[in-house]
Each structure stands twice: as structure tokens, then as C-alpha cells.
Design a binder for this molecule. Sequence first.
Ligand code: ZN
Ligand code: ZN
Length: 276
Amino acid sequence: MLRVVSRNSQENTRYEDMEQLKTDLKRSGHDLEQLEDLEPAVYRRFVAPEEDSLGSNIPSESLVFPVNHMREIPQLKKLLRETEHIVQPVLGDTRIKVATRKGTSIGNRVMRNSAIGRAPEGSQPQESQKCTGTGCKCCKHMGMSGDVFHINKSELTVPNRYSCKTENCIYMAQCKLCNGLRSEGLCLEDTYFGQTSQKFHKRINGHRACFNAEDFKKSALSLHAMENHPDCFDMNIYKMAVLKKVNPRDLNREEFRYIEKYQTNSYGLNRCKVER
Ligand SMILES: [Zn+2]
Ligand SMILES: [Zn+2]
């Protein structure tokens, strides 16, 4: 193996000769697994030092692995580093990088250039969150996926796939009157995050039922409307969106996550103390 590597300066012939050698040795009774265990050490001895010394002058190509974020990324990077000397003879002088989604990668470049990837970069076709059911009173509050809400100093983009009919979900409602006064860097009391195990439009019926003089303190939405817009005491001041469908046992945790992230318990309708 050492001889194969030392007499082959070209990576492709080095690789072919090494494969041939292993095939021959296997045929004469050697254990292939053992041979492959030895191989990295052989490359380390010959290939690595030489290419390291050249590496600083020659810009190497990068190959990016797009991966979704996961806890094991450090281990994956370590594994790739450890196997670099095995991969390089195959790919040529190539730096392998791990990138959590976003940015240019082989995957999304191919998608962009192919006929099936016609949607504008980084976005999916917009879908309405209206269920369009006959007489659904909730539809008029709903917008499109891709719509962007400004909540305190952050933005939230409405996702695909959900509608008035989604159950076990996290939702939001934003007061259009207050949000219309928004200006740069100003926090507003205009947004509410909630959760429901029912279908979303059923939960909204519950909020709507509180829009009267007797019950308005039982819902954050009616309470906000009464206190801030007594002349427009109506559900129609709210734009709503279904944000995420979750496992029923995760509803509390997910709702809390949104409230924390967008700080609607400091500046927002999640600060309202409603009567139970
Ligand atoms: Zn609907
Ligand atoms: Zn308002």
C-alpha cells in the first residue's frame, strides 16, 4: 500500500491502483476490512503532509453538504475531518463543509436550475389559510402563507399547509389598528399567541363569544379591543394566522416558546390578565 501511494502522484491513478491492490490481496486470502482499516494510516503518512504544505497556496474547491440543524453536527464534522484523506483521493482536492440550511449548496443550486424548482429562491408558492368552508366566520381573519407579521422588533412569516380547520395548533392574532401605528424600533401591544386542541375556527368562536359587555374580560382579544378601541369593539380588527400544528402534549411548551421569542408577555396581548 505504501508503495502504491508513493509511486502515484496522480490521485485518480493512486485510487485505481489501491483498489486493484486490495482486490488482489483479498483474492489471495487477506481480510478486506482489515486492509481498509490500514488504508487511512497509509494516506496520512504520504498524502496528507504533502498536500497540507501545498494547500496553503492552492485554493481548494469546496463541496457543501446542506443539512438540517441537528444536535449531532459536531460529530458529523469530526467524522468528515477524519475521513478527509480517504475522500480526497476520490474527489480531488476538495474541502468538505457542513452547512446548516440556507445559502448556496449543491442541493438548492440544482433545484434552482431545474424545471421543478421554479418558485422564487427561498420561498414556496403562497397558499391561503382560509378554509373557504360555507359560513366560516374565521376565514375573513386569515391571510396567506408567506405573509410577514411584525411583532415588536421581530418578523414572523406565516407557514404553508394550515387553515381555519387545523387542530392542535399554535395561532396568533394581531390588532390591525395598533399595528398600523408601528414605526421602527417601537414595541406595541398588538399581538396575541394562543394554543388550541380544537379546530382553530372553533377556538376563534370562543374568542368571538366574549365580544360583549358582560364577557369581554374573559378573552385577551376582546379585552384589548374594549380598552383600546371602544369605538371599534369588534373581532374584525384582528388579522390571524395558524403558525404550527403540534403534538397535543407540546401545546403549552410551544405556545410559551412563541410568547418568549416575540416577547408578547412584556409588550403584547399575552400580558393581559383575563378572567377564567
Ligand atoms: Zn375558514
Ligand atoms: Zn389594538
